[in-house]
Design a protein around this ligand. Structure first.
Ligand SMILES: Nc1ncnc2c1ncn2[C@@H]1O[C@H](COP(=O)(O)OP(=O)(O)OP(=O)(O)O)[C@@H](O)[C@H]1O
Length: 297
């Protein structure tokens, strides 16, 4: 759906993107991650043809990016852009027409979404009279109303209460089920775990990791196990700092070059192994670890 080759962009002395490659398959939710100032918005703006790259190529559906592709993209920018004096209905109609829908198509799509998200009663309200969350919903619909095959969502959950965030999350999943490709840029790692099939992480203008959540969790696992022992036969080594609770001794140990089976065998000499479970890193832990290690490197 989207392919990016060796993208570079600088703002004067500020380098925002360095040789960034990316490949996003159709029908996935792709997390674009990175700390503040990493280059994510710059990349998104290049895809949306708001700014030009210095060098590199972007392909959409196998075609070199050009103005006609704008209608195939739905972009929810981090800085929301609604016209405060406009009424909800007129605002949505404006965006739908801008993206090429006929008046009839636009009206039927808007009605579909207003019904779906239970917003019909707001249609004649002015944007300035909406709460932040309500305005966010209007902006969300305005982004997806033309049914774009590629959706780019920058922090789509900001401003939403948990109930509305859940509604939007389910809508994003439904769009994916229907074949939409979604690029999701967010700092909320729990949303990444829940929604994304694939992620790329950018730090200081360079892509530092890329893969499916499963691949990344496997690649960056610390090889540390959570262990519980009962009925001790002998005293545990002092360096296995353990906590005793109701006769069970809990601690964590790294494999340190052993296989899991070898470690279990060693543990069995000390008592009954009640729990032996590998610690799987969260995306948040992977994110923090990778960002820190590139800073130190
Ligand atoms: N218009 C601009 N003029 C000069 N420098 C810019 C401009 N826009 C971005 N930059 C710089 O480019 C780099 C990347 O910024 P960008 O906004 O793409 O990061 P980001 O990953 O989206 O950050 P955030 O998570 O904070 O939104 C930063 O060093 C930033 O200061």
């Amino acid at each position: 759906m989207l392919k990016i080759n060796k993208l570079n962009k600088s703002y004067g002395a500020n380098t925002a993107l360095t040789d960034v490659d990316l490949e996003v398959s159709q029908g996935v939710i792709f997390g674009l991650l990175g700390p503040n100032g990493a280059g994510k918005t710059t990349l998104i703006r290049i895809i949306n043809q708001i700014i030009d790259s210095d060098s590199g190529e972007v392909f959409i559906g196998g075609e070199k990016l050009e103005p006609k592709h704008i209608k195939q993209i739905g972009y929810l920018p981090e800085e929301r852009g609604l016209y405060k004096k406009m009424k909800v209905w007129d605002q949505m109609l404006y965006f739908a027409r801008l993206k090429g829908l006929s008046p009839q198509e636009a009206k039927s799509k808007i009605n579909y979404w207003l019904d779906k998200l239970d917003m019909q009663s707001w249609r004649d309200k002015k944007i300035e009279d909406l709460s932040k969350g309500m305005a966010q919903k209007v902006q969300f619909i305005s982004t997806i109303v033309h049914n774009p095959p590629l959706l780019i969502l920058d922090e789509p959950f900001s401003g939403f209460d948990p109930v509305n965030a859940d509604i939007i999350k389910n809508e994003i999943l439904e769009l994916k089920e229907n074949g939409t490709t979604v690029i999701l840029s967010t700092h909320r790692m729990e949303s990444v775990e829940l929604l994304c099939d694939q992620v790329a992480m950018i730090n200081r203008s360079r892509k530092i990791i890329d893969g499916t959540i499963k691949e990344l969790k496997s690649k960056y696992r610390p090889e540390v196990y959570s262990i519980s022992l009962e009925h001790l036969k002998k005293e545990l080594p002092a360096e296995w700092i353990s906590k005793e609770e109701d006769g069970s001794h809990h601690f964590t140990l790294p494999l340190s070059g052993k296989s899991p089976n070898e470690l279990i065998q060693e543990l069995m000499q000390y008592g009954q192994v009640n729990n032996f479970q590998e610690l799987i890193p969260s995306m948040e832990e992977i994110f923090i670890h990778q960002v820190k290690s590139t800073e130190n490197g």
